[in-house]
Design a protein around this ligand. Sequence first.
Ligand SMILES: [Fe+2]
Length: 328
Amino acid sequence: MDAPQAVESVEIQILVDNVTDSLSTVPSFVETEWAGLGRRRQGSWVLAGSCMCCAAHGLSCVITVRKGAAARTLLFDSGPEDAVFEQNVSRLGVNLGPVETIVLSHGHFDHGGAMLRALQLIRDRNGGRAVPYYAHPDMFRTRATKMPNGSMRLLEDVPSVENLMAYGAEVVNTKEPQLLLDGMAYVSGEIPRVTGFEKGLPGQHRKTLDGRSWELDELVMDERFLVLHVGNKGLIVFTACSHAGVINVLKHAKNSFPDVPLFALIGGFHLTGSNERIIPETVEAMREFDLAVIAPGHCTGWRAVNALANAFGDSKLAPLAVGKRYSF
Ligand SMILES: [Fe+2]
C-alpha cells in the first residue's frame, strides 16, 4: 500500500488524556489548553475551573489534515466515558461537524467508551450523515485481566457493531490496513511482533468466539496505529496504547513506508506497571528511528517520560496533556 498522501499541515487536538498541564513550557508547535482558551476568548476572560478540561484515564483526539483548500478531519478514539468527552469538546470549542471518519485504536474502554456519544454529537452537527467507523473484529470481544488471586477483573466492552450502527456508524470491520480521507491518512492492520522484549499486556484474557470461556489475549492483536504525512517533514505515527510495543509500532511504520522518513511519534507507549522493566530497552531501541518529535501521553507513565527526556532531550520531548493542540 502507498504511503498516505503528503499534506501541507496536520493539526492534532487532544480531547482526552490522563494528564492536565498548562503550566509547563512547550515548544512552538504545541498550544496548551489555557493558551487555547486565551486565543478563543480574546479580550477579558476569567480563568476558572468552569472553563477547564477534565483529564481522565484514556485518549481521544481530533486530527485535521490540510492540503490546498481541503481540510479533512477524523476522530481517533473517544476516551473512557461520555461526560468527559462531551465536556472537553465543549470547553475546547471543537466543532465535531467536520469529522468524517472515526477510528478506534483497539477494543479497550479507555479508548472506545464514549463512541456512541461521539457519534451523536458528530451527527447532530453534520446534518445526520452516517459516519464511517474503522474497527477490527476482535475489538468487540469481552476482555478481562486475571488477578493474582485467580479472579477475572472485567473491562467494560466497547460499543458493539449493532449499537454503533444504531447511532449512525458505517462500520468497516477489518484486520487489513486502510487509507482514509481519500488517502490523506492511513490506519495500519495488525502489527507484527518482532522485538524480543515487547510482550504485550500480561494477564489479559478475552472471551472465546463462542463466548463460553476465556482465552489468553496478551498480544492485543486488534490494536492499530495511524500514520499522517506532512510534506516537508515526514511521517507522524500516532499510536494510542502501544500494546504491540512502541518499537514494534515504529518498525512496522518504517517497513510499511521505507521511502518516507519518520518525523514524529505521538501517543500512549504503555511503559507502566510490569512494562516498566522494558523502559531501558525501549529507549535504546528508539534511537535508530531518529525522531524529531516524541510526544508521550496516556499510558506511557512518568518513569518512561523521564527516561525519554533524559535520552533525547527537551527539544524532542513534547508530552501530551488534555486540551493541548499540536500543529505540524
Ligand atoms: Fe489505553
